[in-house]
Write a protein that binds this ligand. Sequence first.
Ligand code: FES
Length: 99
Amino acid sequence: MSIQGTAALSYSEIGGEHSMHIQCPPHTRLQDYLLSKDIHILTACGGRGNCGKCRAIAPEARINTMDRIWFTQDELQQGYRLGCQVFAKDSPLEVEIPD
Ligand code: FES
């Protein structure tokens, strides 16, 4: 997922790979939360789940139909979800966005 913005929440680098770590507040769409922090996700499909460009890792997030289209069963088990479809329900949701 390509990200532009200035309000980084936290970043890490492991083995040359960069990731952003986010705690999405309850009752919030990840995409809305990032926009509120002035972090703009470049989405080819406008967040409709059609392009598969917004890979995020959120093992606790619900798996929806579009996730099942874009990810293998193995990737789903690793926690991969479409970032544009991630929603935190009743508790904060930990999300990693690989660079
Ligand atoms: S932005 Fe296109 S699938 Fe998420």
